[in-house]
Design a protein around this ligand. Sequence first.
Ligand SMILES: O=C(O)CCc1cccc(O)c1O
Ligand SMILES: [Fe+2]
Length: 312
Amino acid sequence: MPQALLCMSHSPLLEHTNPPAEVKAAVEEAFEKARAFVKDFDPDLIINFGPDHYNGFFYDLMPPFCIGYEALGTGDYDSWEGPINVPTSISQDLAEYIISQDIDTAISRKMEVDHGAVQPMEIMYGNLSDKPMIPIFVNSVARPFVKVSRVRKFGQAVGEFFKNSDKKVLFIGSGGLSHDPPVPQIATATEEQRAFLTNGRKPTPEARAARQQRTIDTAIAFAKGEADIMDLNPEWDQAFLEICKSGDVTGFDALNADEMDAAAGHSSHEVRTWVAAYSALKACGDYEVTYEFYKPIKEYIAGFGVTTAVIK
Ligand SMILES: O=C(O)CCc1cccc(O)c1O
Ligand SMILES: [Fe+2]
């Protein structure tokens, strides 16, 4: 059965800040195009490569990759909260296949996934309880990072597993492109932030609300040119989109984490989810990108991209 791909940026600010009406309309149109694509492809199974922002994964135990056997949404920023419809036996077979290919992966029987992982599914389907989905965590904020070539090989192994599947599989990647939202980094964290990054699971409602308000305030200031975060980088984003469209996923290998921090912001590493998804699709066959949307949107703190692709 065939495979397809949807990669898109996410932002918890979609419902919290107000870009100009034409920008909102353009984003809504991109979502509509993506929904039509997904509806037309009508997958049996979703393989969802998602990041996490210290809602499900912390420095008490930080794997580069983790396959969810069972999972639940953390509900941060009013995202999906509670159980997700994960086909556990397929997750298990996938993990067994990946390690048989000399690629390591963590697994979780209770994986917690945040807004970053669930937002594409919420936009496509409105819930995470109907369509079967295997959540795959790809570490995209917490150093140390594996090389991008490793993410490509991990994605490739996932793709190979589904190449001859009897199910129609949609690979989703969620995140990016250039952006630098106010997520603390371990290297520059205060004592209080270090404690949160290591042990911040199940925040109090007050702590969660404060964190969310800080992001919203930063986005509003950023749009006015007044925030102390790095600018978006449309040139970097376009170059990344060119690699996606080239069909040569080894082109991702040249991405380097230090350079990405400097050029595209400390959350640009979320494109690792795209690298994994595109590499998975490529393992199933030569692909073509059938739709691309891109706009740098300060109110969402995101170089905002949406792409779809199919096997040629
Ligand atoms: O509070 C957070 O954890 C960061 C929220 C956030 C903001 C803008 C773009 C993103 O991709 C994102 O995840
Ligand atoms: Fe994010």
